[in-house]
Design a binder for this molecule. Sequence first.
Ligand code: SF4
Ligand code: SF4
Length: 133
Amino acid sequence: MSGLWEEFTCQRCGRCCEKIGLPYDPSRVSMMAEFLKIPEEELITRYYGLLLPEGTSWISDDRKRTPCPFLEREGAGSRCAIYPVRPEGCRAFPLETRLGTGGVDCPGAALLSWRLRERGRLTPKEEAWLSRL
Ligand code: SF4
Ligand code: SF4
């Protein structure tokens, strides 16, 4: 997949962050909380949903996660306010996500798809990715 990442250029449209929203990634919770200088419990209640009373679990509230609260608009483009600690799902989109672009009209994926089809000779990984679009 590394070859595909080298050829992929994010167009910074922010459509994935708007439509899919903020993914939950337990491995990033403490890093995100530290980055934002807030307690982990506050991170979950503020950006993910409702923390259950015992503090061991939480209920997702999609209105908090979608569009992603960390998406910042910059003219015609966008930026991620927590880029260095963004969840793994954000890093994986759109090349390593199970559902391809998940219904997001990703211009970076469209451009890469066009380039690959123009080239014609595809590796199995490229074929597999195109088949998921
Ligand atoms: S939808 Fe695609 S091009 Fe737009 S920000 Fe997301 S990854 Fe980048
Ligand atoms: S954390 Fe950043 S990259 Fe991930 S959805 Fe939010 S704005 Fe987009």
